[in-house]
Design a protein around this ligand. Structure first.
Ligand code: GCU
Length: 401
């Protein structure tokens, strides 16, 4: 009997091994991401694709968990003309010079509210004209000419009232409060806590992965705040921060939705099309964004185990949204669309509708009724009220059922 069981285990082992060998292609085609089954996606393909982006593209985050302290530094119940509560919370970690300052506008509500969480480019004080917003010590310095000349400079990107009126909170943090956006040898920001002595290894985090780590720490805070409906938190980002939003959702499934606005190369766009920005450009101009292993793929897109439709698919089965702008050729709008289209197959495995359009939708004709959303907006590389209106509609479909 013992011998029989032994033989049986060998046979089972061989069968398992060979079925894995069949199920694990060396490389995935640049085309519809066809997978045998939901189980195969979850057990074989997703882990494999995730590991590829983890070790070859964005880099691993440290496993060590840090204990944060949260300090509410301001609260105003009558923000935005009485429509919202404004809160500022400082998230501090030991060893980090300055805290991450989190700015929140939360609509008044009897129930916990869903939220959009995203990083901003130049400081919380630029996302609104409110003169009370704390200016981060990491933010670009004030001009010598006047006081706070930059306040409100990014209001068109953060239509707070519109979002709050739709019933969503907005939560934002300045990128430089997590990790500075320049090649500093990983000496500052969150890297300083973990990597004070050494440069990250070839498969360890670059700045995009550090930003994604910061978004997860903001999510940790949200989980402690009763005003939020923590099951309905969308992570959103524009451009380099759109690349970050996708990676944040891939690494942290507490984000119930991901929105990538004009994320381009290294984000939603397909690299193998070699249209607009190339991997080579990213590695040369922003060497700190990705992990060192990503250098292998400069001018060698054919060596990628999977193109960036794989990154979009990592969000499945949660809803994902990819958007482009007509004048944003550098980000390759068609490459962004095709990526979302090819990834859509994975939602089909869950009985969920991905993108319906067979070809690139016309400007202002969004395909966003399903679980994968896409639109092309007329205009330049930016995030506008039009884009936000689509994201709110998409969130309404998924968060308010
Ligand atoms: C540059 C870069 C893009 C990036 C963009 C941005 O244009 O080449 O990859 O998305 O900056 O973040 O605005």
């Amino acid at each position: 009997m013992k011998q029989f069981l032994y033989l049986l285990s060998i046979v089972a082992g061989v069968a398992l091994f060979s079925s894995n060998a069949v199920a694990q292609p060396q490389k995935y085609e640049v085309g519809p991401l066809k997978v045998e089954s939901r189980k195969a996606w979850e057990k074989v393909h997703r882990p494999k694709i995730y590991n590829f982006f983890l070790t070859e593209v964005f880099g691993r985050q440290p496993e060590q968990k840090l204990k944060p302290t949260y300090q509410t530094i301001a609260i105003d119940d009558k923000a935005l003309g009485g429509k919202a509560i404004r809160k500022e919370v400082a998230i501090q970690f030991e060893g980090m010079d300055e805290p991450m300052l989190v700015l929140m506008y939360i609509p008044h509500s009897q129930k916990p509210v869903p939220a959009f969480v995203g990083i901003n480019f130049k400081g919380n004080h630029q996302t609104t004209t409110d003169p009370a917003i704390t200016i981060s010590k990491n933010a670009p310095k004030k001009s010598e000419l006047g006081t706070d000349p930059e306040r409100g400079a990014a209001v068109s990107r953060w239509p707070m009232e519109m979002i709050v009126e739709a019933g969503y909170a907005v939560v934002t943090v300045y990128r430089g409060d997590i990790d500075p956006d320049f090649d500093d040898g990983f000496k500052n920001g969150v890297h300083q806590i973990f990597n004070s002595q050494n440069k990250p290894k070839a498969d360890e985090w670059g700045t995009i992965s550090a930003w994604a780590w910061g978004l997860s720490r903001v999510m940790d805070y949200i989980e402690t705040d009763k005003l939020f409906d923590k099951k309905h938190v969308a992570v959103i980002g524009h451009s380099r921060l759109g690349k970050t939003a996708l990676w944040a959702a891939a690494t942290d499934n507490r984000f119930a939705m991901a929105i990538s606005n004009d994320s381009g190369e290294g984000g939603a766009a397909l690299s193998s099309r070699r249209h607009g920005e190339l991997i080579r450009d990213l590695n040369k101009n922003f060497p700190h964004w990705f992990c060192d292993n990503y250098n292998k793929y400069s001018d060698r897109e054919q060596d990628l185990m999977i193109d960036h439709h794989g990154l979009v698919a990592l969000v499945a089965p949660r809803p994902v949204y990819v958007a482009s702008a007509t004048l944003d050729d550098w980000a390759d709008p068609e490459g962004e669309f095709l990526s979302a289209k090819y990834a859509s197959e994975v939602w089909t495995l869950y009985g969920k509708q991905g993108l319906k359009s067979e070809s690139m939708p016309k400007p202002e004709q969004p395909d966003n009724d399903g679980w994968v959303g896409y639109h092309l907006r007329t205009g330049k590389h930016d995030i506008t009220a039009y884009d936000w209106a689509q994201y709110i509609k998409f969130a309404d479909q998924h968060f308010r059922k």
